[in-house]
Design a protein around this ligand. Structure first.
Ligand SMILES: [Zn+2]
Ligand SMILES: [Zn+2]
Length: 338
Protein backbone atom coordinates (compact mmCIF):
# COMPACT_ATOMS: atom_id res chain seq x y z
CA UNK A 1 0.00 0.00 0.00
CA UNK A 2 0.96 3.61 -0.57
CA UNK A 3 1.96 5.76 2.36
CA UNK A 4 3.38 9.29 2.29
CA UNK A 5 5.50 10.17 5.26
CA UNK A 6 6.75 13.63 6.10
CA UNK A 7 10.08 12.31 7.41
CA UNK A 8 11.29 15.66 8.63
CA UNK A 9 10.61 19.26 7.55
CA UNK A 10 10.88 19.72 3.76
CA UNK A 11 11.08 15.96 3.12
CA UNK A 12 8.28 13.69 1.94
CA UNK A 13 8.94 9.98 1.48
CA UNK A 14 6.60 7.92 -0.68
CA UNK A 15 6.55 4.40 0.74
CA UNK A 16 5.22 1.19 -0.67
CA UNK A 17 4.41 -1.13 2.21
CA UNK A 18 2.36 -4.16 3.19
CA UNK A 19 -1.36 -3.37 3.44
CA UNK A 20 -2.58 -2.87 6.99
CA UNK A 21 -5.56 -4.80 8.30
CA UNK A 22 -8.37 -3.57 10.49
CA UNK A 23 -7.35 -2.81 14.08
CA UNK A 24 -9.31 -4.42 16.93
CA UNK A 25 -12.68 -2.71 17.31
CA UNK A 26 -11.81 -0.34 14.48
CA UNK A 27 -12.98 0.38 10.95
CA UNK A 28 -10.69 -0.03 7.96
CA UNK A 29 -11.18 2.78 5.44
CA UNK A 30 -9.91 2.94 1.87
CA UNK A 31 -8.81 6.56 1.46
CA UNK A 32 -10.03 8.21 -1.74
CA UNK A 33 -9.39 11.93 -1.25
CA UNK A 34 -7.13 13.95 1.04
CA UNK A 35 -7.47 17.72 1.30
CA UNK A 36 -4.50 19.94 2.07
CA UNK A 37 -4.80 22.95 4.35
CA UNK A 38 -2.55 25.58 5.86
CA UNK A 39 -1.74 23.26 8.77
CA UNK A 40 -0.21 20.74 6.33
CA UNK A 41 1.91 23.36 4.59
CA UNK A 42 3.12 24.61 7.97
CA UNK A 43 3.85 21.07 9.14
CA UNK A 44 5.89 20.42 5.99
CA UNK A 45 7.94 23.52 6.69
CA UNK A 46 8.47 22.58 10.33
CA UNK A 47 6.40 25.56 11.44
CA UNK A 48 3.57 23.68 13.16
CA UNK A 49 4.63 23.47 16.81
CA UNK A 50 2.41 20.44 17.59
CA UNK A 51 3.78 18.21 14.82
CA UNK A 52 6.58 15.72 15.49
CA UNK A 53 8.36 13.73 12.75
CA UNK A 54 8.11 11.37 11.01
CA UNK A 55 4.41 12.06 10.49
CA UNK A 56 1.78 10.99 7.97
CA UNK A 57 -0.19 14.18 7.37
CA UNK A 58 -3.78 14.50 6.16
CA UNK A 59 -6.76 15.34 8.38
CA UNK A 60 -9.27 16.19 5.61
CA UNK A 61 -10.09 12.68 4.45
CA UNK A 62 -12.84 11.09 2.36
CA UNK A 63 -12.97 7.34 1.98
CA UNK A 64 -15.00 4.18 1.70
CA UNK A 65 -15.41 1.56 4.43
CA UNK A 66 -13.30 -1.44 3.43
CA UNK A 67 -13.71 -3.68 6.45
CA UNK A 68 -15.84 -3.41 9.55
CA UNK A 69 -17.18 -5.65 12.32
CA UNK A 70 -20.70 -5.61 10.91
CA UNK A 71 -22.19 -7.02 14.11
CA UNK A 72 -20.81 -4.24 16.29
CA UNK A 73 -20.87 -1.24 13.99
CA UNK A 74 -23.50 1.00 12.46
CA UNK A 75 -21.29 1.41 9.40
CA UNK A 76 -21.21 -1.07 6.57
CA UNK A 77 -18.73 -2.05 3.87
CA UNK A 78 -18.81 0.29 0.89
CA UNK A 79 -20.23 3.21 2.86
CA UNK A 80 -18.79 6.65 2.09
CA UNK A 81 -17.29 8.25 5.20
CA UNK A 82 -15.54 11.41 6.29
CA UNK A 83 -12.77 11.31 8.87
CA UNK A 84 -13.65 13.13 12.09
CA UNK A 85 -10.02 13.85 12.95
CA UNK A 86 -10.35 15.22 16.49
CA UNK A 87 -9.74 12.59 19.12
CA UNK A 88 -10.76 13.83 22.57
CA UNK A 89 -10.21 12.25 26.00
CA UNK A 90 -13.87 12.29 27.09
CA UNK A 91 -12.82 12.93 30.70
CA UNK A 92 -11.54 16.50 30.98
CA UNK A 93 -13.79 19.44 31.94
CA UNK A 94 -14.03 20.66 28.34
CA UNK A 95 -15.13 17.22 27.14
CA UNK A 96 -17.63 16.88 29.97
CA UNK A 97 -19.04 20.32 29.15
CA UNK A 98 -19.72 19.28 25.56
CA UNK A 99 -16.65 20.98 24.12
CA UNK A 100 -14.47 18.05 22.97
CA UNK A 101 -13.17 20.29 20.14
CA UNK A 102 -10.98 21.99 22.75
CA UNK A 103 -10.22 18.92 24.88
CA UNK A 104 -7.16 19.39 27.10
CA UNK A 105 -5.55 16.29 25.64
CA UNK A 106 -6.78 16.69 22.07
CA UNK A 107 -5.13 14.56 19.42
CA UNK A 108 -5.77 15.51 15.81
CA UNK A 109 -5.36 12.65 13.36
CA UNK A 110 -3.03 13.84 10.61
CA UNK A 111 -1.48 16.51 12.83
CA UNK A 112 -0.48 15.08 16.22
CA UNK A 113 -0.85 11.44 15.12
CA UNK A 114 -0.64 9.74 11.72
CA UNK A 115 -3.32 10.72 9.21
CA UNK A 116 -4.79 10.02 5.83
CA UNK A 117 -2.00 10.41 3.26
CA UNK A 118 -2.16 6.70 2.59
CA UNK A 119 -4.23 4.00 0.85
CA UNK A 120 -5.76 2.62 4.00
CA UNK A 121 -6.37 3.82 7.54
CA UNK A 122 -7.78 1.96 10.50
CA UNK A 123 -9.59 4.16 13.02
CA UNK A 124 -12.18 3.79 15.78
CA UNK A 125 -15.74 4.22 14.50
CA UNK A 126 -16.07 7.42 16.59
CA UNK A 127 -13.57 9.05 14.24
CA UNK A 128 -15.82 8.60 11.20
CA UNK A 129 -18.98 10.29 10.03
CA UNK A 130 -21.26 8.59 7.50
CA UNK A 131 -21.71 10.61 4.32
CA UNK A 132 -24.00 8.40 2.26
CA UNK A 133 -25.48 10.23 -0.68
CA UNK A 134 -22.50 12.56 -1.10
CA UNK A 135 -19.73 12.18 -3.65
CA UNK A 136 -16.09 12.01 -2.61
CA UNK A 137 -15.29 15.58 -3.67
CA UNK A 138 -18.03 16.82 -1.38
CA UNK A 139 -16.91 14.60 1.48
CA UNK A 140 -13.30 15.80 1.39
CA UNK A 141 -14.37 19.41 2.04
CA UNK A 142 -16.71 18.60 4.92
CA UNK A 143 -13.99 19.19 7.54
CA UNK A 144 -12.92 22.71 6.50
CA UNK A 145 -16.57 23.73 5.99
CA UNK A 146 -17.40 22.36 9.44
CA UNK A 147 -14.75 24.59 10.97
CA UNK A 148 -16.50 27.54 9.33
CA UNK A 149 -19.89 26.26 10.50
CA UNK A 150 -18.58 25.99 14.04
CA UNK A 151 -17.37 29.61 13.97
CA UNK A 152 -20.67 30.90 12.57
CA UNK A 153 -22.59 29.00 15.22
CA UNK A 154 -20.34 30.22 18.01
CA UNK A 155 -20.76 33.83 16.94
CA UNK A 156 -24.57 33.33 16.88
CA UNK A 157 -24.98 34.99 13.49
CA UNK A 158 -28.63 36.00 13.06
CA UNK A 159 -30.79 37.32 10.29
CA UNK A 160 -30.16 41.00 9.60
CA UNK A 161 -26.72 41.10 11.28
CA UNK A 162 -23.97 42.96 9.48
CA UNK A 163 -21.08 40.53 9.23
CA UNK A 164 -17.59 41.16 7.91
CA UNK A 165 -15.24 38.31 7.05
CA UNK A 166 -11.56 39.22 6.80
CA UNK A 167 -9.58 36.72 4.70
CA UNK A 168 -10.99 35.03 1.59
CA UNK A 169 -9.23 31.67 2.02
CA UNK A 170 -11.02 28.32 2.22
CA UNK A 171 -12.31 28.93 5.75
CA UNK A 172 -13.16 32.62 5.24
CA UNK A 173 -15.29 32.07 2.15
CA UNK A 174 -17.11 29.22 3.86
CA UNK A 175 -17.79 31.44 6.90
CA UNK A 176 -19.21 34.07 4.53
CA UNK A 177 -21.45 31.58 2.76
CA UNK A 178 -22.76 30.01 5.95
CA UNK A 179 -23.38 33.42 7.53
CA UNK A 180 -25.37 34.40 4.43
CA UNK A 181 -27.49 31.25 4.87
CA UNK A 182 -28.51 32.64 8.23
CA UNK A 183 -29.81 35.80 6.61
CA UNK A 184 -26.96 38.13 7.57
CA UNK A 185 -25.70 40.98 5.37
CA UNK A 186 -22.28 39.58 4.56
CA UNK A 187 -19.16 41.42 3.43
CA UNK A 188 -15.78 39.92 2.73
CA UNK A 189 -12.39 41.55 2.35
CA UNK A 190 -8.92 40.34 1.44
CA UNK A 191 -5.64 41.88 0.32
CA UNK A 192 -5.94 40.05 -2.99
CA UNK A 193 -8.60 41.28 -5.36
CA UNK A 194 -8.62 38.18 -7.64
CA UNK A 195 -9.03 35.84 -4.72
CA UNK A 196 -11.82 38.02 -3.40
CA UNK A 197 -13.80 37.91 -6.64
CA UNK A 198 -13.39 34.13 -6.91
CA UNK A 199 -14.42 33.77 -3.29
CA UNK A 200 -17.55 35.85 -3.71
CA UNK A 201 -18.48 33.85 -6.78
CA UNK A 202 -18.24 30.57 -4.93
CA UNK A 203 -20.04 31.98 -1.92
CA UNK A 204 -22.88 33.41 -4.02
CA UNK A 205 -22.08 36.88 -5.32
CA UNK A 206 -25.73 37.89 -4.95
CA UNK A 207 -25.48 37.40 -1.21
CA UNK A 208 -21.86 38.23 -0.46
CA UNK A 209 -20.46 41.70 -1.00
CA UNK A 210 -16.81 42.15 -1.81
CA UNK A 211 -14.88 45.02 -0.23
CA UNK A 212 -11.33 45.74 -1.45
CA UNK A 213 -9.03 45.91 1.57
CA UNK A 214 -7.50 49.31 0.78
CA UNK A 215 -10.84 51.07 1.28
CA UNK A 216 -12.51 48.61 3.62
CA UNK A 217 -12.64 50.76 6.74
CA UNK A 218 -14.17 53.68 4.93
CA UNK A 219 -16.65 51.47 3.08
CA UNK A 220 -17.78 49.74 6.26
CA UNK A 221 -18.21 53.10 7.97
CA UNK A 222 -20.38 54.38 5.12
CA UNK A 223 -22.39 51.17 4.77
CA UNK A 224 -23.32 51.14 8.42
CA UNK A 225 -23.65 54.89 9.05
CA UNK A 226 -20.73 54.60 11.44
CA UNK A 227 -22.26 51.77 13.47
CA UNK A 228 -19.74 49.28 12.07
CA UNK A 229 -20.29 45.51 12.11
CA UNK A 230 -22.18 43.39 14.62
CA UNK A 231 -19.85 40.47 13.97
CA UNK A 232 -16.36 40.37 12.47
CA UNK A 233 -14.65 37.09 11.63
CA UNK A 234 -10.92 37.10 11.07
CA UNK A 235 -9.92 34.03 9.09
CA UNK A 236 -6.41 35.11 8.12
CA UNK A 237 -4.28 33.61 10.87
CA UNK A 238 -2.29 36.82 10.58
CA UNK A 239 -1.46 38.67 13.81
CA UNK A 240 -1.62 42.14 12.29
CA UNK A 241 -4.95 41.44 10.65
CA UNK A 242 -6.39 39.93 13.82
CA UNK A 243 -5.42 43.02 15.78
CA UNK A 244 -6.68 45.56 13.28
CA UNK A 245 -9.94 43.61 12.87
CA UNK A 246 -11.15 45.28 16.07
CA UNK A 247 -11.69 48.61 14.31
CA UNK A 248 -14.48 47.07 12.19
CA UNK A 249 -16.45 45.87 15.22
CA UNK A 250 -19.35 48.02 16.37
CA UNK A 251 -20.35 48.76 19.95
CA UNK A 252 -21.84 45.66 21.54
CA UNK A 253 -20.28 43.59 18.79
CA UNK A 254 -18.28 40.42 18.50
CA UNK A 255 -14.86 39.57 17.10
CA UNK A 256 -14.42 35.92 16.21
CA UNK A 257 -10.92 34.65 15.50
CA UNK A 258 -11.03 31.58 13.28
CA UNK A 259 -7.41 31.22 12.25
CA UNK A 260 -4.44 30.89 14.56
CA UNK A 261 -1.47 33.21 14.81
CA UNK A 262 1.78 32.52 16.61
CA UNK A 263 2.64 34.69 19.60
CA UNK A 264 0.56 37.31 21.38
CA UNK A 265 -2.23 39.56 20.20
CA UNK A 266 -2.48 43.08 21.55
CA UNK A 267 -5.69 45.13 21.84
CA UNK A 268 -6.09 48.57 23.42
CA UNK A 269 -8.33 47.99 26.41
CA UNK A 270 -10.32 51.25 26.12
CA UNK A 271 -11.36 50.14 22.63
CA UNK A 272 -12.60 46.74 23.72
CA UNK A 273 -14.09 48.16 26.91
CA UNK A 274 -16.18 50.82 25.24
CA UNK A 275 -17.56 48.22 22.82
CA UNK A 276 -18.15 45.69 25.58
CA UNK A 277 -16.54 43.43 23.01
CA UNK A 278 -17.18 39.73 22.84
CA UNK A 279 -13.94 38.10 21.76
CA UNK A 280 -14.30 34.53 20.56
CA UNK A 281 -11.69 31.96 19.62
CA UNK A 282 -12.96 29.18 17.41
CA UNK A 283 -11.17 25.85 17.45
CA UNK A 284 -11.90 22.87 15.22
CA UNK A 285 -15.50 21.69 15.00
CA UNK A 286 -18.02 19.41 16.68
CA UNK A 287 -19.76 16.38 15.22
CA UNK A 288 -22.93 18.48 15.02
CA UNK A 289 -21.09 20.90 12.73
CA UNK A 290 -20.14 17.99 10.48
CA UNK A 291 -23.77 16.81 10.37
CA UNK A 292 -24.96 20.34 9.60
CA UNK A 293 -22.57 20.68 6.64
CA UNK A 294 -23.40 17.19 5.34
CA UNK A 295 -27.08 18.08 5.43
CA UNK A 296 -26.47 21.32 3.50
CA UNK A 297 -24.59 19.29 0.89
CA UNK A 298 -27.39 16.73 0.67
CA UNK A 299 -29.74 19.64 -0.01
CA UNK A 300 -27.36 20.91 -2.69
CA UNK A 301 -26.77 24.20 -0.89
CA UNK A 302 -22.98 23.90 -1.17
CA UNK A 303 -21.15 23.20 -4.39
CA UNK A 304 -17.66 21.82 -4.85
CA UNK A 305 -16.94 23.65 -8.11
CA UNK A 306 -14.75 26.65 -7.44
CA UNK A 307 -13.81 25.37 -3.98
CA UNK A 308 -11.49 22.55 -5.04
CA UNK A 309 -9.09 24.46 -7.28
CA UNK A 310 -6.06 22.14 -7.42
CA UNK A 311 -5.98 18.38 -7.80
CA UNK A 312 -3.31 15.68 -8.19
CA UNK A 313 -2.65 12.02 -7.42
CA UNK A 314 -1.15 11.43 -3.97
CA UNK A 315 1.71 9.42 -5.48
CA UNK A 316 2.81 12.63 -7.26
CA UNK A 317 3.00 14.67 -4.06
CA UNK A 318 6.68 15.53 -4.45
CA UNK A 319 6.06 17.00 -7.90
CA UNK A 320 3.13 19.21 -7.01
CA UNK A 321 3.74 20.21 -3.40
CA UNK A 322 6.08 23.17 -3.95
CA UNK A 323 3.95 24.44 -6.80
CA UNK A 324 0.86 24.19 -4.58
CA UNK A 325 2.65 25.98 -1.76
CA UNK A 326 3.55 28.81 -4.11
CA UNK A 327 0.03 29.02 -5.46
CA UNK A 328 -1.48 29.10 -1.97
CA UNK A 329 -2.52 32.69 -2.60
CA UNK A 330 -4.89 31.80 -5.42
CA UNK A 331 -5.69 28.25 -4.42
CA UNK A 332 -8.82 27.69 -2.44
CA UNK A 333 -8.47 23.96 -1.78
CA UNK A 334 -5.84 21.50 -3.02
CA UNK A 335 -6.96 17.87 -3.03
CA UNK A 336 -5.11 14.61 -3.58
CA UNK A 337 -6.79 11.63 -5.14
CA UNK A 338 -5.56 8.31 -3.84
ZN1 LIG B 1 -7.26 21.80 8.16
ZN1 LIG C 1 -10.95 15.96 27.02
Amino acid sequence: MLKVQCERPFQFRVLNCEPISRGRGEVLVRVKRVGVCGTDFHAYRGEQPLVTYPRILGHEVAGVVEDVDSGASSLSTGEVVCLFPYRSCGKCKACLRGKPNCCRALDVIGVTSDGGMSDLISVPEDQLVSCNGLDLDQVVIVEPLSIAAHAVRRASVSSGDHVLVIGAGPIGIAVARLAAFRGAHVYITDLRRDRLEAAAQWGGSDQINVIPSDTSLQVVRELTAGNMMEIVFDATGNKQSMESALQYVGHGGCLALVGIAQGSLCYPHPEIHKRELTLLSCRNALRDDFHYVIELMRNKKIVVDGYITHRAMLVDIKHVWTEWELSMQNAVKCVFEV
